[in-house]
Design a binder for this molecule. Structure first.
Ligand code: NAP
Length: 347
């Protein structure tokens, strides 16, 4: 028997996941008894398709990477749009990987809501729905006895949400501080070595890590959305990104970085959250950090997060030079968690 899966969004992350599923299919079958069948894919420009018999994932990857339409994959049937794909397909798990949208996390939030209402478990790497609608989506999932997982939404495949949920039972997260945005790290690291802001931004764009709208990175929105996702999930907050005091890195100069370096420090965009009497308070702003500290040591595309807890003190999670494959792994780890929690998926 197979677990029937579908994709809303089939971009870099979803296609890297498709490759991992293909490369590791024997191991997944032997070690976990997990076999997948793709019954639906929805995109913005490459069409939307369903198939009861299963869509060949590698052929789908090939069509999209050549700029062709998914309907060319043998056996696939046309679906009008992404909501129709979700409605028409028989998936048991939906993988949602559409782009971040600061307008209420839509349309991803609606896709996830529809999938949960139709009885599908949902895995997403998109932080928007977690920052804008976590409580509602989690309540809908719980009410329908379904899983809603999102490990890839913050720090790619590094375990953050799973670490707290699965490995730290009974522990309360009291606060966090993190360097969570790779584009601003590249820019600030570049400026430290004398490159201009603009040159360093171009470098981040060439590496493919900048958001499609790089202002989201530079003005601190990406870090803010991640901070809100952390606070909503780990600290019981019900915040939205506009609630957060936010300063981006536009005001940081090469002189600021030189003067920090003279004192054994650096400047990074830091997201902080702390449980106060009125609930979690968040702030995102450039901070001067000692080079010897966990956050101050972060270079290039790397990220780091320090969780402050009641029973375990501080726990640091560091991710060294992550790429799209790490985010794709997050989808696989979420799938295995869902599968291990409910093997009835195969029936
Ligand atoms: N890339 C990373 O390393 C990384 C890391 C962590 C988290 N994430 C998050 O993961 C998600 C996916 O990232 P990505 O790099 O894979 O993005 P991407 O390459 O831009 O792919 C986005 C996919 O979504 C489709 N799409 C766009 N608008 C849509 C809509 N309204 N309805 C349905 N499909 C739509 C696109 O269709 P077309 O193919 O037709 O354009 C494309 O297939 C994002 O939310 C991102 O923030 C990414």
């Amino acid at each position: 028997m197979h677990v029937r899966i579908a994709f809303a969004g089939f971009g870099n992350v979803a296609r890297a996941f498709a490759r991992i599923l293909n490369e590791h299919q024997s191991r997944l079958a032997e070690d976990y008894g997990l076999r997948c069948k793709t019954v639906g894919i929805a995109t913005a420009r490459h069409g939307c398709v369903t198939s009861a018999d299963g869509i060949d994932l590698l052929q789908a990857v090939d069509r999209v990477e050549r700029g062709n339409q998914l309907i060319e994959v043998p056996g696939s049937l046309h679906a009008e749009d992404p909501p129709a794909m979700i409605n028409d397909c028989s998936a048991q798990v939906l993988f949602e990987t559409t782009p971040l949208n600061l307008n209420a996390g839509e349309p991803a939030t609606t896709y996830i809501r529809s999938a949960l209402a139709r009885g599908m478990h949902v895995v997403t790497a998109n932080k928007g729905p977690i920052a804008f609608a976590y409580r509602q989506l989690k309540a809908l999932a719980d009410g329908n006895r379904l899983s809603f997982r999102f490990e890839g939404s913050v720090m790619d495949g590094a375990p953050v949400f799973n670490l707290v949920e699965r490995c730290l039972p009974g522990v309360r997260v009291l606060g966090f501080s993190g360097v969570l945005n790779s584009t601003t790290n590249i820019i600030l690291t570049g400026m430290e070595s004398g490159r201009s802001f603009e040159e360093s931004l171009v470098q981040a764009q060439r590496l493919g890590i900048a958001e499609a709208n790089a202002d989201y990175d530079i003005d601190g929105w990406d870090a803010t959305v991640k901070a809100v996702a952390l606070a909503n999930v780990l600290m019981g907050a019900d915040l939205r990104p506009p609630d957060v005091a936010r300063t981006g890195i536009r005001g940081v100069t090469i002189e600021d970085l030189r003067s920090a370096a003279d004192t054994g420090a650096t400047i990074r965009l830091v997201a902080r959250g702390r449980l106060g009497s009125g609930g979690p308070q968040l702030i995102v702003e450039p901070e001067r950090l000692s080079l010897g500290s966990t956050l101050g040591a972060v270079r290039g595309t790397s990220n780091a997060l320090v969780l402050e807890t009641d029973l375990m003190g501080e726990i640091a999670i560091c991710e060294n030079e992550p790429g799209v494959r790490q985010t794709a792994y997050a989808l696989m780890s979420d799938l295995l968690t869902i599968y291990n929690d409910g093997p009835e998926l195969c029936v």
